[in-house]
Write a protein that binds this ligand. Structure first.
Ligand SMILES: Nc1nc2c(ncn2[C@@H]2O[C@H](COP(=O)(O)OP(=O)(O)O)[C@@H](O)[C@H]2O)c(=O)[nH]1
Ligand SMILES: [Mg+2]
Length: 155
């Protein structure tokens, strides 16, 4: 999906149930939700204005069988947010996503979400990107993390 020049496209990625939709809901005043197939595939989209500039935000389905959708959504993207469920830890899907972002030199930040549910300290040392602790449900850390991403993107 392409967006107009001078507009920014951000994709929120991460495993199933990590808090991507909740994060987007937090970021958007108005959200249009497109459901393709009830609870199995759902793609969220919203846009917000930052300093007069439009930022389009998508979330991608986390399940491995929807990898093709992540690839479609990744075309022309300016930056990404990887939302991790800190109570579960880094999944293989998260690792794949991070590798792809690194390989393609796409600016991204990691939201270590569900900070309210952490049982033990996560080892995220291998990640070469800013890690922002968030509680998407309460909106904690979300806006700051998003603004940091926009700085990385340079928009
Ligand atoms: N405890 C807790 N639950 C959260 C947080 N963020 C999201 N959730 C819950 O986790 C579940 C999955 O969130 P959702 O945004 O739908 O995940 P998605 O599958 O990645 O889009 C929902 O029940 C949310 O209410 C958080 O920071 N803390
Ligand atoms: Mg979702």
């Amino acid at each position: 999906m392409k967006v107009k020049n001078k507009e920014t496209k951000v994709v929120i990625m991460g495993s199933y149930n990590s808090g991507k939709t909740t994060t987007l809901e937090n970021l958007c005043e108005k959200m249009t939700k497109v459901e393709y197939n009830g609870t199995t595939i759902s793609l969220d989209y919203g846009n917000i204005l930052v300093g007069g500039k439009k930022v389009h935000i998508f979330t991608t389905p986390g399940q491995e069988r929807f990898k093709f959708m992540r690839e479609i959504l990744s075309q022309g993207l300016d930056g990404a947010i990887v939302v991790i469920d800190s109570s579960r830890g880094l999944t293989a899907t998260d690792e794949n996503i991070i590798k792809r972002l690194n390989d393609n030199q796409i600016p991204y930040v990691v939201f270590a979400n569900k900070q309210d549910m952490i049982l033990e300290e996560l080892d995220l040392d291998g990640i070469d990107a800013p890690i922002i602790p968030t509680i998407a449900m309460k909106g904690e850390g979300v806006e700051d993390g998003f603004n940091l991403l926009l700085t990385l993107i340079g928009s």
